[in-house]
Design a protein around this ligand. Sequence first.
Ligand code: ADP
Ligand code: MG
Length: 592
Amino acid sequence: AEGVESHAYQSDIARLMRVVVSHLYHDRDVFVRELLSNANDALEKVRLMALTNPSILAPAENLNVTVLADAESGRIVIRDSGVGMTKEQLASNLGTIARSGTSEFLENLEKGDGGNLIGQFGLGFYSSFLVADRVAVASKTADEDEQWVFESEANAEGFKIVKDPRGATLGRGTEITLYLKPDAQGDYLDVAKLRSLIQKHAEYNAAPIYLWSSALLDPAAAASTAAAVAEGEDDEVKVEDIDEAAQTTKAEWELINDRPPLWMREPKDVTEAEYEDFYVKTFKDSEPPLAWSHFKGDAGSTTFRALIYIPSGLPNDFYSKDYVSLDSLKLFVRRVFITSDLGKDYLEKHLNWVKVFIDVDDLPLNVGRDSLQKTRALAQIKRNLQKRIYDLFARLAAEDEAKYAELYSKAGTALKVGAVEDAKNRDRIVKLLRFETSALNGTTTNLDDVVKRRKQGQTQIYFIAGAGQQKAMLQKSAFVERILARGYEVLYLTDPIDEMLVSTVPTYGGLRFQDVAKEGVTFGDEDDSEKDEAEELKTTFAPLAAYLKKELAEYVDKVTISTRLTTSPCLVTASNFGYSGNMERLLAAQNG
Ligand code: ADP
Ligand code: MG
C-alpha cells in the first residue's frame, strides 16, 4: 500500500522473538501483564509530565486503559491514553532492544521462568507474538498531529511503518491490535478468562482498566459488530475501529480494577498475603518480609502514605565499606513513581536495608534530585520514617522475640551504629539492643531486664568487653569472677562497636555501665565491716604497694590494694579514663 515503509529488525530481535515464542508457549498469559504494564508506564509518563506542567492534561481528561475483545474478528485491542510514540519512536522502541544482555537472557531462559524474564530484559512487547500472528500498534503523541502505525507478523524478519489510514483517531496514546492466532482465540476471547487475567495484573496499575467484549452483547448486536469490521487484504496494514461498533451498540465498558492501589487503601482492607506479595514484587526479594507497617503521615506542608518493611535479612555485603543500596526506598508523588534513588544518604546508612515505600501528596518537583533531598517536607518525612522504623522493630521484638533475635543476629551491629550516631532516636534504639549475659543461658538480654534484675543498692551495669571473643572465654576472666561470686550479672560485650556504644550511652535505667576490667567497680552490698576490713588491708599492705609502684614505675600508673579478686593474687587493669586492654588491642591492630 501507499506510504508503507519496511524496516528490518535489529539483528538479534527476530531471533529473540522466535526463542521467546517457542519457549513461552505454556506461559502465554504473560502478554496481558506485559501490555498492561506498558500502557501503565505510558500513562505514568503523562502524569509525571503533568506534575510539572499541568496544561498537558485536558481539564477532565480520563487517563485509562481499555481492552476490547472481539470474537467475530478474532482480535484484542488494547488502548491507552498515555504518552504515545512518534513515528521514529515506534521504530526504535519496538524495532530495537535498548538493553544488552541477549546471551544472558537466553541462558536464563534455559533455566526456566521465562515469563518473568521477558519483562526484565525489556522484551515485554514481543510477548504479543505469543498469542497473535500479527500485531498493529497505532500511536500518537501530544506534540504531533500525525498518527502512525507499526505492524509486524510473528516470525517476520522486519516490520512496517505507515501513516494511519484512519487519520489521527487517538488524541494522544497508543492502540495495540492483536490478531489472535486461531489456537489462542478460545482462551483469550473468553471474557471470564480475560477478565481474571486483567484483574490479576491490574493490582499495580494506577489507572483504571475497562473491558469490553463482543461476547457481552446479544447475538443481534454481535452480528452488527462483525459487520462493522472491515475486510482487509492479507499483506496490507489494516486497522479498524471496532470499538466504534462497541460504542454504537451501547454495550457497557466494565471497570475491572475498581480498587485503588494497595498503599492507598486502609490497612484493614489489605490482607497479609497482599502485603507480602506487594513487598516481593516491589522490592524484588525472594523471601517474605518479617514485619511491616502501613500508615499515613503528616510532614507539615504535606501528607504522605508509607509502607515500611523489615526484610528477613541484610544484603551480604551490608557491612562492607562500599555498600550502597539501590532499591531500599521508593518515592512516589501522587501515585506516580519518581525515584528509587534518593541518594544513599536519605535514610542513614545503618537503616539502608529496611525497605520503604512513600507516596507524597505534594512535593516540589521542578528541582533536581540533589535539591529534592533538601526540601523541608522530605526532611520531615525522614524523621517520621526513622521513628516509625524503630517502632516497627520494637513491635516485632514484642510480638515475636525469637524472630527478632534471628534478625538481630544480623542487624544488631547496624542498630548499635544507630544508637551511637542518631542522638534523636537513641533512647528508642537502645531499647532494641540485646547482649550476652551471665544471667541467661543460650539467649541474650535487653537492658530493661538487666535493670529489673539489679540487686539492692546496685548502681552499675557490669560488663566485660572482648571484641570477637566468645562468651565462654570472657566468663573465665579473673575480672568477672569476683562480680559473679557476689551474685551480680555481667554483660559480655563481644561486638567491636560495643565499647563505643557504652561510652556514648554511659547509663541505662539509672545504672552506670562499668567495665569490670577498669577502676571504679563498686557494689551495692558492701557492708561496713567489709569496708573496715578493706581499710585495714590497705594500711597493712601500703608498704608493698609503694615498693611495687617504685619497681614497676615504667609500666604502671599506680598500685592499689583492692578487694575485687577472690582467687587471683593480682590484676593489671586499665584506668577508668584510659583505653581498655581490648581497645588498645584494636587500635594496635588498626595502626599496625
Ligand atoms: P520495556 O517496557 O521493558 O521498555 P517493552 O518491550 O515492553 O520493554 O517496550 C519497549 C518500549 O516500547 C517501551 O520502553 C516504550 O518506550 C515503548 N512502548 C511500549 N508500549 C507502549 C505504549 N503503550 N505506549 C507508549 N510507549 C510504549
Ligand atoms: Mg514493558
